[in-house]
Design a protein around this ligand. Sequence first.
Ligand code: NAP
Length: 215
Amino acid sequence: MKKIGIIGSGQVSQSLARGFLKYNYPVMIGSRSRQKQSELESLIGGEIRVGDFPKTAAYGEIIVLAVKGSIASDALQTIPSPALKDKIIIDATNPIADSQPENGVLKFFTDQNHSLMEQLQASFSESMFVKAFSCIGSALMVNPHFDGGLRPTMFICGNNEEAKMEVKHITDLFGFETEDMGGVEAARAIEPLCMLWCIPGFKSNAWGHAFKMLK
Ligand SMILES: NC(=O)c1ccc[n+]([C@@H]2O[C@H](COP(=O)([O-])OP(=O)(O)OC[C@H]3O[C@@H](n4cnc5c(N)ncnc54)[C@H](OP(=O)(O)O)[C@@H]3O)[C@@H](O)[C@H]2O)c1
């Protein structure tokens, strides 16, 4: 099993770490904070490893980016480039602005013709970014249960076909029907799905839904 290095230590990181451990992937979680690093060991348990961002990226044969969108680039900048070179980066981030949602609608710091993942792919061009896990809540990221055994759709995109196949293997394993939306530009459409996903949450405190593409 390929080793997974998760940059970020929030809800998404913890949920995906549990999922990878469930399927016997070796996992390291990265946090800036030494205190959080020791908390994570007891929070997640199992065979979890923890480290700082550079150590975690160096460990991961596949990297997961799960930090606040506004500092995603800064977080990757702290990692020496050999630890990122030629690696798949599963990008779960969303470009959520710091300002408050308006009537339940999140605000983004990007616009409709420029996604966060395109910016990251351009800045870290030796890595292969694949958008995934960005438009579903952290509690539903691993084998979510829906009536009738329905598998929700996981929309992915990225420029490298082999990287997307590798990520599809993971998202299939985690209980999704994976839909490849094409190149990195498709992140302009996938990232805003997070706004739509969050509206029922902000308006009615309903967080248990997922998207499904019917054909
Ligand atoms: N929460 C969800 O259900 C959900 C679902 C889909 C996608 N997403 C996206 O996934 C990403 C992670 O979300 P999350 O809710 O797990 O966590 P989050 O609260 O958005 O981010 C937490 C992580 O960001 C890091 N961070 C915060 N400020 C930083 C800074 N100035 N420099 C470096 N690192 C910093 C923290 O690092 P330390 O560990 O060092 O404190 C922590 O690891 C976000 O982009 C979010 O939009 C979230």
